[in-house]
Design a binder for this molecule. Sequence first.
Ligand code: HEM
Ligand SMILES: *[C@@H]1O[C@H](CO)[C@@H](O)[C@H](O)[C@H]1NC(C)=O
Length: 538
Amino acid sequence: MSFLMLSLDFYPGAVVYGTLGLVVSYFIIVAGYRVLLHPLSHYPGPFLAKLTDAYPGYYAFRRRLHLTTYLDLQKYGPVMRHGPKKLVFNSITALRDIYQNEKVTKADSYLVSQAAPNVFNLFNAIDRDLHRVKRRLIGGAVSERSIRGFEPTLSAQVDIFVTGLLTSSGPINVTERSKRLGYDIVGHLSFGYGLRLQTHETNQFLINAIRLGNYRSNLNMQFPFIHKIHLHDVVGRFFYPSWDRFTSLLQTMIRSRLAQDKDAQNDFYAHVSNALATDDEDPQQIDLWTEAMFFTIAGGDTTAAAVAATFFYLSRNQECYQKVAQEIRSTFNSGCEVRGGPLLSCCRYLRACIDESLRMSPPGPSTPWRQLAPDEKDSVVMIDGHPVPKGISFGVNIYAFHHNDEYFPNPYQFSPERWLTPSPDTPENREPYKLMREAFSPFSIGSRSCAGKPLAYLETSLALAKTLWYFDFKPASGNLGQVGAGNSGAEIGRERPGEFQLFDTFNSVHDGPYLTFKPRGDFVWRDLHLLKKAETLS
Ligand code: HEM
Ligand SMILES: *[C@@H]1O[C@H](CO)[C@@H](O)[C@H](O)[C@H]1NC(C)=O
């Protein structure tokens, strides 16, 4: 400030106007280039998005970039410029060309989530070789097989979830309960640590801490300028004090795990250190801390969104509710039988309800940005017939694509039936069915797709199945019952009462549904001592 005043005193007029003139000309030249001469200049898209990433940045700020992307695609067609150097696609060919392409890697914008320079975790390892090594090692900790071994621990946490429904008086905020469940499960999964959000207040701050952290990180990702000028470093301490509590809690978890024998728990840590012992991989490559941080966010927050969304849709679609309740109650003979395994996998209608919820309200509704790998010798990559040069980010937006009526007729209709074998099962019906299955991508596809899919499905189906065994549920009465839904007076894209609302922060923020739970017969009372046992063990 004082520098500015000085310069005004000493050099009135010329210097100030000169500088201003230079700055303005610079912006005019950059803008002119971006609109007229840039390799993407002939692609349609919102005018402001051609000029600056402030366009997606603004919608990320308002947590509605997924809705804006959907609406802009309606307007501009299936290939759209959505930032000076960004293309969004909206077809199955593009999905395959992008995410199943060996020449393609994650976009540079993922680097904003680095904990420190040159420290990478599974999520932000852009280099393909580094990723392959990490994925083999860490992916194994959440493989189908590892998760089978983890089932008893997971099941015990779901028991606590169920007892919590019984002991509450009045309507329950399912978002809150599912977040607590989700984080408790990843705490055990990563470092065999009982975070105990479900039963104690101490660590419940995690829910908000991670929510704010995701918001910040998504702003940086969509509008890298904010990251470049270190805006969040400056205001971060002020706005996000809870983030430090989160990181110090992670330190505590790691320290307590390191104090135990590596095989003392059936967790990520045991898996990784075993793999290291038998593998001559460089142990330095595993930065426990940053992997753990990502695991907690990727595993806890997303799965909670899936659980909350499925509760929401079932509570509002009576026919589906009846069918799935009937399926659970006829498949199992007792509450104790409701656990992960072949019987649960047989519940095909339950799985259809979960998939339909993941389609309509995908926990990661964003665009997973990709680029032609910088170390590829080609200078362009073909995406859906378009040659896209190096340095351009491209992707398919998960929320928008899941509402593309070419693949999902009546996209805003909750219809688990669409996932059951087509009936009649004729060749004409089979083709669109196959295409729809391929277009379904809540976990993304290809080598960078979600590593935690088996856990996500087990947690979601177990939470739903156990709850439906012991309870009947319905929306709370009055306004509380509407929390989490769209409504006709809301901003564009949020006007559908039947749609569970997502607030896009790369992951998603959501609220409700508020439901009332009524015990079914005396099942839960009879099993209470068994259900309660989980609490004392965890
Ligand atoms: C319903 C729940 C979940 C959904 C919808 C989901 C979705 C996704 C998506 C879309 C990606 C790709 C992100 C990108 O390309 O930027 C991803 C990556 C990943 N997810 Fe999940 N996820 C879920 C649960 C989990 C769980 C429970 C875990 C582990 C405990 C997990 C671990 C991971 C990991 C490690 C990656 C990075 C994989 C890589 O780059 O190799 N996720 N997830
Ligand atoms: C429901 O719980 C979530 C997560 O704790 C919270 O952010 C939200 O404000 C709660 N909803 C209401 C209406 O209080």
